[in-house]
Write a protein of this length. Structure first.
Length: 286
């Protein structure tokens, strides 16, 4: 029996990228994974990937993938997602808040006043969306007095990366995860934030190939990168840890947790922590 057999997870923003990698890693450990995202039809996004394709890949990994098309800026669609989970499952064990609205000009060097105000969408789908999904998940998890909520964040919580709104959003994600942990603690539900470095998503590969100078930036040096499945492997280890509540409220560097749990990337590589060069988390467990 795999480590997560019988567990139920929701992974937001999993048509592609980090979310897809996390969904696959959890499914490989036997989890039932609700795969959410906006893309349901191939070719409707410049980047490859759909919720259905990710769910099918989860099935091939040995778990169960359930594709649900969800726009995480639409509260009604999010509510319908969690209503469905409640109807179909005995409960919810893992929520991974990964959905994030990344604008095409994210890596452009222009200052914030020369970028469109629509970049604020990173707050709407990236911060507010985390809160809405967590609000619904908490009602399922606290009823059983168990569960794990994970927010996907990054070193930009303390280190300038790409721009003002991006840094603001990720800083807020860290603090939200911490304060949720305070209120969830009496109910035995853990909430943590994970700092990812460069991850070899479809978008990252495209940008590194096409944007001059990106490979030399501190946040996007290829030698420090990991596969999209690596954070999922770490989350699987967290979800299997009987002492997970001792970590609740903390912000953690994914690579450091991986080393602590003995988790390597899909190619066997040990992913390095960038604490010394990019900064250290602010929030400790509650």
């Amino acid at each position: 029996m795999s480590a997560l057999t019988g567990r139920v997870a929701v992974v937001t923003g999993a048509s592609r990228g980090i979310g897809k990698g996390i969904a696959l890693a959890l499914a490989e450990q036997g989890a039932t994974v609700y795969v959410t995202g906006r893309t349901a039809t191939p070719g409707t996004n410049p980047l490859p990937g759909t919720v259905g394709e990710t769910a099918a890949a989860c099935n091939r990994r040995g778990g169960k993938g359930i594709a649900v098309q969800v726009d995480h800026s639409d509260d009604a669609q999010v509510a319908a997602l969690f209503d469905r989970v409640a109807r179909e499952q005995d409960g919810l064990d893992i929520l991974v808040n990964n959905a994030f609205s990344l604008p095409e000009d994210l890596t452009d060097p222009d200052p914030f006043w020369r970028k469109p105000l629509s970049n604020w969408e990173m707050i709407d789908v990236g911060v507010r969306s985390n809160f809405v999904a967590s609000w619904h998940a908490a009602q399922l998890m606290t009823a059983r007095k168990s569960g794990l909520m994970v927010a996907i964040s990054g070193y930009t919580g303390v280190s300038y990366t790409y721009g003002v709104v991006f840094g603001t959003a990720k800083s807020a994600v860290d603090r939200m995860a911490r304060d949720m942990a305070v209120e969830l603690k009496p109910y035995g539900v853990a909430s943590i934030s994970l700092w990812q470095g460069l991850t070899w998503t479809e978008r990252a590969e495209r940008n590194l190939a096409n944007i001059p100078g990106l490979r030399e930036q501190a946040s996007t040096r290829p030698e420090n990168g990991c596969s999209p499945e690596y954070p999922g492997r770490v989350i699987a280890a967290l979800a299997s840890d009987p002492d997970i509540m001792s970590r609740s409220g903390g912000t953690f560097i994914t690579a450091e947790l991986g080393q602590e749990y003995g988790v390597t990337d899909i190619d066997g590589m040990v992913i390095p922590s960038l604490r010394a060069t990019r900064g250290e988390p602010i929030w400790s467990p509650v």
